[in-house]
Write a protein that binds this ligand. Structure first.
Ligand SMILES: Cc1ncc(COP(=O)(O)O)c(C=O)c1O
Length: 348
């Protein structure tokens, strides 16, 4: 079968899967097994598995990039390994050792390397996930868990994202609270985001801009499945500090690239009301969102009730464009990987 033709004719994200998947299993008294490469297929779970009742499910998302010499590379997968372990810790699940994680994602991309698209901007999206699957209804951490990796060829996550994202400012719903699970990549966070996301879409927006309450004030948190950045008119780059937001791999890379450009990026609390006013009055000149799926996309509009704020003349600003080009250049190998961020995947 011509994989490339098949996947390039599909545009929807995450609906086509490669031929294989990875499995590793954990039991409290035995620890982790090594990985197995299996044909992609359905899972067998007890109807009483912890994941089905109490949501013990954490996951990751990373991409394999086709390089100009036709080789394949993953982008900073050790950060995904560390984040999966942190998410697992928060949900009282077993932590997968980094070496096992890297072996698993590399093995899947390697065996299914023909699925890594060559089309411009397309990638193989890799989805590792960890489930509590002990068959027991008592509320408590599972004493058995399974780790899988599946992969799906992908193009643009948002249609026309580069033309600018419209964000719906939600005041009714939060995705995270102080002390909650906002920093963990757990399924429940995404379940809770579906209703606000539907509301955002019904108002013509791509994503929700969430805020988090601290001491009676609201602070900018994240937008849907992406971290958010703002560029001020004095050239400073701001992003909400870690705590309730996901520690995005793209976020980190952007902070490092911005520092390399002398921008002194700042991780800080950003109060929602002043953020909105600064966007409306031009003190914030650019806003962009970052994430593995959507990369780095300009935010051009904020929809706040009946108010609509256009940012940066409703166009992608120069900082957004420059950082995006640098990031994509490194990921797709058209710029030198000066930071050693790419992990080559063997294909023989
Ligand atoms: C809630 C949330 N925030 C931020 C991100 C961006 O993280 P990363 O850059 O690692 O994809 C994601 C995507 O994984 C996400 O789901």
């Amino acid at each position: 079968m011509n994989r490339t033709t098949q996947l390039e004719s599909k545009t929807a994200f995450g609906e086509v899967f490669t031929d294989h998947m990875i499995l590793a299993e954990w039991q409290e008294d035995r620890g982790w097994t090594d990985i197995q490469v299996l044909p992609f297929g359905d899972l067998h779970l007890s109807p009483s598995a912890t994941v089905l009742h109490y949501g013990q499910a954490v996951f990751e998302g990373l991409k394999a990039y086709r390089q100009p010499d036709d080789s394949i590379a993953l982008f900073r997968p050790e950060h995904n390994a560390a984040r999966l372990a942190a998410s697992a810790r928060r949900l009282a699940m077993p932590e997968l050792p980094t070496a096992l994680f890297l072996r698993a994602v590399t093995a899947l991309v390697s065996v299914d390397h023909r699925w890594v698209p060559s089309q411009d901007g397309h990638t193989l999206y890799v989805r590792p996930f960890l489930l509590g699957n002990e068959g027991r209804l008592g509320v408590g951490p599972a004493r058995r868990a399974t780790f899988h990796v599946i992969a799906s060829p992908s193009g643009d996550y948002f249609a026309n994202a580069q033309a600018g994202l419209r964000l719906f400012v939600s005041r009714e719903f939060s995705r995270a609270g102080v002390g909650g699970t906002g920093a963990a990549k757990c399924g429940g966070n995404y379940a809770a985001s579906l209703l606000p996301q539907r509301e955002a879409q019904s108002r013509g927006c791509h994503q929700v801009l969430y805020s988090v309450e601290r001491d009676g004030r609201r602070f900018v948190d994240e937008c849907g499945t992406m971290n958010i950045f703002a560029v001020r008119d004095d050239g400073r780059l701001l992003t909400p500090e870690l705590g309730t937001v996901l520690d995005g791999v793209t976020r980190r890379a952007v902070l490092e690239l911005a520092a390399g450009r002398g921008m002194s990026p700042l991780e800080t609390h950003i109060e929602l009301e002043s953020f909105l006013v600064d966007c409306a009055e031009g003190r914030i000149t650019e806003v962009f969102a970052t994430g593995t799926a959507a990369t780095l996309a300009p935010v051009t509009h904020l929809v706040d009730g009946s108010q609509e704020v256009a940012i940066s003349g409703a166009d992608a600003g120069p900082v957004t464009v420059a950082l995006r080009e640098e990031l994509l250049g490194i990921q797709f190998g058209t710029l030198p990987d000066a930071h050693g961020w790419l992990l080559p995947v063997p294909t023989k």
